[in-house]
Design a protein around this ligand. Sequence first.
Ligand SMILES: Nc1ncnc2c1ncn2[C@@H]1O[C@H](COP(=O)(O)OP(=O)(O)OP(=O)(O)O)[C@@H](O)[C@H]1O
Length: 243
Amino acid sequence: MGRVCAVEVDGISKHFSLRHTHSLKESVVWALQGRARRDEFTALHPIDLHVGQGESVALLGRNGSGKSTLLKLVAGVMAPDTGEVRVRGRLAGLLEVGAGFHPDLTGRENVYLNASILGVERAEIEERFDDIVAFADIGQFLDTQVRFYSSGMFLRLAFAVAVHTEPDVFLVDEILAVGDEAFRTKCLERIELLRVQGRTLVVVSHDLPLVERLCDRGVVLDRGHLVTDGPIGAAVEAVRVAR
Ligand SMILES: Nc1ncnc2c1ncn2[C@@H]1O[C@H](COP(=O)(O)OP(=O)(O)OP(=O)(O)O)[C@@H](O)[C@H]1O
């Protein structure tokens, strides 16, 4: 019997319009010719991906292969053009530095805002507030508006909130790259703990040694197509060979 699916991606695809700037004359001529002013670009061709509860999966592939787009579709921050995504349980993640934070609010206020966006009740946030602040370790900046934060400070607070919401499914995009070494080590230990607790992990990264350590399965994308899906060692090897 297979394990319960935590993330089900069925036939999702995503197109983007690439807008180019044109002169007024060009636009008029093109309109008269009935020619489109936009180029359609397919970032993801229809993809199926089922991730079991407790699995940790790396999304790998070259720049522009569609990894972040796929992760955003799983997170629900973007809608697919076709297909469906289903996630079982509480979802949290780090997709973009600063996402889910309001620039005019302080770090302290944003902890409440961000956690409530992630679906955590106020009483639960209050219970975990001290742990979140201790993990973020940003000192007096907690009471500063986050518009004055460095990207590393943003990451510290966002990661601290995300891991303390006890997510069933945790999504991480390359984002650990902006943290300093000590914080990065702390985050990785925390991610490993989530994994040991049986949470589901989906990670986008170019750091092959890191994903070999963190993940048991690798999915390789190439120009919006899923080309390899298997044990992490084999997927990493496929990426190395293609370089
Ligand atoms: N909002 C958008 N509008 C137009 N094109 C987009 C948009 N978001 C992504 N794309 C395009 O879709 C393609 C896939 O982008 P995506 O960010 O998913 O790639 P990636 O595999 O994560 O790349 P990288 O390793 O560079 O982060 C790229 O060609 C990108 O330019």
